[in-house]
Design a protein around this ligand. Structure first.
Ligand SMILES: C[S@@+](CC[C@H](N)C(=O)[O-])C[C@H]1O[C@@H](n2cnc3c(N)ncnc32)[C@H](O)[C@@H]1O
Length: 293
């Protein structure tokens, strides 16, 4: 994700979907050089073509379309929330790059190993931006293994307040978790947020058809799915888009919107005259947390 966001951010202002100045710091030195060189239009075009040829046409377009879509959802919600919880935050830099979050308490929840790696890089990068201790940046880091740890207890211990309207963003994570951990996390979010009316959850999922080997509907996905499997991170969880509403209502959430990254791509790439298309297999859901009966 960091590489895809860094490449997108190297595009000229007039054609990029967003700018994430942090992303390039999370990629290897070799890739950082490639990203730097990509500021030259011809090199960038060659890198994008090569990347899409190796990874398949799905991942990059889908990743940047979903990033922009979720940026917009956070931006729309920011004035009505007091807490922003990023679950499986990885190298998401929204807490540092999106304006207007100054009044919002941000919690970054992630697997302890990933979070440690992020904090090391952030310490270096933020040192050039803020005065004083860079890790005094007002973001609360909450190390949690969603398969093992108690998310509710960890967030409350980090200062999460139940009565404050919150936005939870859970991007690019459910597809790597066992179904039981997905259920447990949704239960935790509901338990934390049900007392604050209007709290929102934004999360992504992949179409379950792909997990069941039905790749013909998603020609862009074959190399993508093979790629994650080869890297030892096969997708383990997916949903049928037709069942999302019911899936959520059984867990105490009301579906507001479910957009695939193909639909997001229509919204964001087309007006810029870009040829990329997102993928229909990757979805971004916005849901409202229902009050407990
Ligand atoms: C593909 S990355 C997405 C990161 C980020 N949300 C983004 O969109 O850039 C997947 C993230 O899920 C986290 N993750 C995977 N399994 C986890 C677990 N069991 N507990 C906590 N986090 C987990 C990883 O640490 C990683 O940060």
């Amino acid at each position: 994700m960091a590489l895809q966001r860094a490449l997108e951010s190297a595009r000229p202002r007039s054609s990029r979907l967003f700018s994430d100045a942090f992303a390039r710091h999370f990629v290897s030195r070799r890739w950082r050089l490639v990203v730097g060189a990509s500021r030259v239009g011809a090199i960038r075009r060659a890198v994008e073509v090569l990347y899409d040829r190796v990874a398949g046409p799905g991942p990059r377009a889908s990743a940047v379309a979903r990033t922009r879509l979720i940026d917009d959802l956070v931006t729309d919600a920011r004035s009505s929330i007091g807490q922003f919880v990023i679950l499986g935050a990885g190298f998401d830099a929204r807490a540092y790059r999106l304006p207007g979050l100054e009044q919002v308490t941000v919690f970054e929840v992630d697997h302890p190993a990933t979070q440690q790696a992020k904090r090391e890089v952030l310490g270096r990068v933020l040192a050039g931006i803020v005065a004083g201790d860079p890790l005094a940046w007002p973001v609360r880091f909450v190390p949690v293994d969603l398969e093992r740890d108690d998310l509710v207890r960890a967030l409350r211990a980090a200062g999460y307040r139940d009565g404050v309207r919150s936005l939870f963003v859970w991007e690019g994570v459910t597809n790597y978790l066992p179904p039981a951990a997905v259920d447990q996390t949704l239960g935790a979010v509901r338990g934390l947020a049900a007392a604050a009316a209007g709290s929102l959850l934004v999360f992504t999922y992949v179409d379950r058809a792909v997990l069941e080997g039905e790749l013909s509907r998603f020609p862009e996905a074959r190399r993508w799915v093979e790629g994650v499997r080869r890297r030892g991170e096969p997708w383990t969880f997916g949903l049928d888009p037709a069942e999302v509403e019911q899936f959520l209502s059984h867990r105490g959430f009301e579906l507001i919107r479910d957009l695939s990254t193909a639909q997001a791509g229509e919204r964001y790439f087309r007006p810029l005259g870009r040829r990329e298309r997102g993928s229909a297999l990757y979805h971004v859901v916005t849901a409202c947390v229902l009050a407990e009966a």
